[in-house]
Ligand binder design. Structure first.
Ligand SMILES: [Zn+2]
Length: 332
């Protein structure tokens, strides 16, 4: 009797795992602080940094040992895109440590495919509740673009103009909004506009990030780091929300959140990763399916061993359904 109950219990657990896991893991993933709580902690860390009171959390050998064993997705709380500038040391300025921040750094914190893909990875796979686009004062990349647009440019190495091209609309908008601006005043405004431009590009090109932001699972926020004081100024949430809303209503936005065009109906699906050049993006899903298949296999083995289940009757039917599901999963 006990064995039969145990067998039934395992069957129910197996079925629940098989049917609930693929979407249920999303719930477990978000068992972290809320986006606002993360932002508040980062603001506190920045205040400690500014006041020279950093406590350097999560930086000891115990954290390294943990990092060697655990999935960063269970720990990291923020994805940060910022500039490569040596005056912007991300973990230090937020007084955070190992496995706390998923960082993307590129000159001018430009937002193009590589950066958007990295943010998608941070938000969807590292499960960070907060995404920060962090510009900084005295940014050389924004200054170079501004100088070029006001006619004071100078020749740049061949790969730099295409790198900083996404900053051009930000500077142009700033100049249009206030034609009187010039010099460092213009650059300062353009630096903030470049953060908003980045958030706009992100929302336009990533349906996955838009969906997470709309659901409240993540928050995308802009900020400016002041290189001379160490202070981070957080930009208004409502402006980021307005940009999200604008992107949602823009017919030019990317519609399919996934790399495969399968089932999108919009024909804007991106590319799959070529197996010759890198890991397939679906490897995590495949591992999940393998895990479920393993659980089902164990349940089936248990059922076979207990002999309490006959081919006819309810239990036999459940077993047959499980076997069908098992073969279906293997065939994926
Ligand atoms: Zn910079």
């Amino acid at each position: 009797m006990l064995r039969k109950r145990l067998g039934l219990g395992l069957l129910v657990a197996g079925l629940l795992l098989a049917f609930v896991l693929p979407c249920g893991t999303a719930l477990a993933k978000w068992d972290k602080a809320s986006p606002d709580q993360v932002q508040a902690e980062m603001a506190k860390g920045n205040a400690r940094f500014v006041n020279q009171e950093s406590i350097h959390p999560n930086s000891g050998i115990d954290r390294l040992t943990l990092a060697g064993k655990e999935n960063q997705g269970d720990y990291a709380v923020a994805t940060v895109l910022t500039c490569s500038d040596s005056r912007v040391p991300v973990e230090r300025l937020f007084d955070m440590g190992v496995m706390d921040i998923f960082v993307i750094r590129v000159a001018g914190n430009v937002m193009k495919t590589d950066e958007i893909g990295s943010i998608e990875y941070g938000a969807c796979h590292v499960n960070t509740p907060l995404v920060v686009v962090l510009g900084h004062t005295q940014c050389g990349a924004v200054t170079a673009v501004t100088n070029e647009l006001v006619g004071h440019g100078h020749p740049l190495e061949r790969n730099i103009p295409p790198l900083v091209a996404p900053i051009i609309p930000a500077v142009e908008q700033t100049m249009k909004a206030d034609p009187e601006l010039e010099g460092s005043g213009l650059v300062e405004k353009a630096i903030e506009a470049n953060v908003w431009q980045g958030i706009h590009n992100l929302f336009m090109q990533s349906a996955a990030v838009r969906d997470l932001a709309k659901s409240g699972k993540i928050k995308v926020v802009g900020a400016i780091y002041h290189v001379g004081t160490g202070e981070v100024s957080w930009l208004p949430d409502d402006k980021a929300a307005a940009i999200l809303n604008e992107a949602e209503n823009d017919p030019a936005r990317a519609m399919n959140p996934m790399s495969s065009a399968e089932g999108s109906g919009h024909g804007d699906g991106g590319e799959k990763i070529d197996s010759k050049h890198g890991e397939h993006s679906g490897s995590g899903f495949k591992s999940l399916i393998s895990g479920i298949a393993l659980i089902l296999a164990l349940v089936l083995a248990f059922v076979a061993l207990t002999q309490n289940f006959k081919q006819d009757g309810l239990c036999g039917k459940i077993r047959s359904a499980l076997e069908t599901l098992w073969h279906g999963l293997r065939g994926r």
